[in-house]
Design a protein around this ligand. Sequence first.
Ligand code: GLN
Length: 203
Amino acid sequence: MTDPAPTIGVLAVQGDVREHLEAITRLGCRAVAVRRPSELDDCDGLVLPGGESTTIDKLARRWGLAGPVRERIASGMPVLGTCAGMILLADRVLDGAVDQQTFGGLDVTVRRNAFGRQVDSFETHLAFADWDEPVHAVFIRAPWVEEVGADVEVLARVSGGAADGRVVAVRQGHLLATSFHPEVGTDDRVHALLVQMVVGARR
Ligand code: GLN
């Protein structure tokens, strides 16, 4: 392999940016915090982190990032959206704030803060179809996916409890999204899947 390591950006307007940068670096890629459009130009892939989707939306628009991110999504750049980032990737949002916008691209309807107040943060193990070991998943005021379009592949559902069967990880071509926070801890399989998508897209 003579290609240089791919460059993967993390949208760095608000939220848990550092943990994603660390995961990307652990996987041998160049990790870049993206605060301006010129930094996005360098990226072969992008992570939209968890945080507060309404804040990320507002700041991304104010900083002139929303348009360029949308264009890169539309032109096939691989993107991983986690928690708030999943909301930002979704084409449709339920229980969003007034005027809340998303970058879109992922043909799903997500419900914001879907798990409710009593259990707004929790941890569980999720079975992923392609992986032998379940993923230890941390949910923090997370959305779930309420409807998926025809081209969307469901990767994981919650098992047990009041949210049994709810969809919490999806993929549609170059777009990957999780309701939980894969950047917490050192299980890098979700990020590794993004890297694989980025390497595949460069070929
Ligand atoms: N509840 C947040 C939102 O609506 C998401 C929470 C998170 O990313 N941990 O954006």
